[in-house]
Design a protein around this ligand. Structure first.
Ligand code: ZN
Length: 210
């Protein structure tokens, strides 16, 4: 038995990351968008603004795209060389929509982990961020979901996720605080409990500058 599992462990392992979603009805969404605009005093059928006629349809399509959760394979490999230092991908751009206003928030994610027996293809870290970003979100939950998936899939010694984003619900409306940035982080295992590990993660996130 141990021979079999040892053989299997060097084979790349693929785990499909999916999310069950309810069926979509773009026509219903476009019709609701037209009602929504009319309720706000914008008539899509006003002959004076002919280009507005297709706007409800475009609005429905735009949100369908923003909320389309992409599936992907989280592919891991045996850590054959025993690499035991931090793996960090910085400045992963992401876009999401806040669940309170359904307005976009955009920024960058820094995602790292301390490997144990498995390592992951680096592009999968960006895929993980995109997967959880493309749905109504809070930045706090997005940060934790990315860290959770890495913990579940890799069983690493530590995980570090740090997101910096600008929320248009705060910059374009409400407080109207353009340029304000929100930072969230989720540190796990060695990167949370060990001061030196934590400091190294934050140093590398900042480009190696102390
Ligand atoms: Zn908001």
């Amino acid at each position: 038995m141990s021979t079999v599992s040892a053989t299997l462990s060097v084979v790349p392992q693929r785990s499909r990351v999916t999310r069950a979603a309810a069926a979509r009805d773009l026509d219903a969404a476009a019709s609701a968008a037209a009602d929504f605009l009319r309720s706000l005093g914008v008539d899509p059928d006003d002959p004076a603004t002919p280009d507005l006629a297709e706007t409800p349809h475009r609005l429905a399509l735009a949100y369908a795209e923003l909320l389309d959760v992409p599936e992907f394979d989280f592919t891991t490999f045996a850590n054959a060389e025993g690499y035991d230092e931090l793996v960090l991908v910085r400045d992963i751009p992401f876009q999401s929509v806040c669940e309170h206003h359904l307005l976009p928030f955009t920024g960058v994610a820094h995602v790292g982990y301390l490997p144990r027996a498995r390592i992951v293809g680096l592009s999968k870290l960006a895929r993980t961020v995109d997967h959880f970003a493309r749905r109504p979100q809070t930045q706090e939950r997005l940060t934790m979901q990315v860290a959770d998936l890495l913990e579940d899939q890799l069983d690493p010694k530590g995980v570090g996720v740090l997101l910096v984003a600008e929320h248009t619900c705060m910059t374009l409306r409400g407080a109207r605080a353009p340029g304000s940035a929100t930072t969230t982080s989720s540190l796990r295992g060695h990167l949370r409990e060990n001061a030196a590990g934590r400091a190294e993660f934050l140093t590398l996130v900042n480009g190696g500058v102390r």
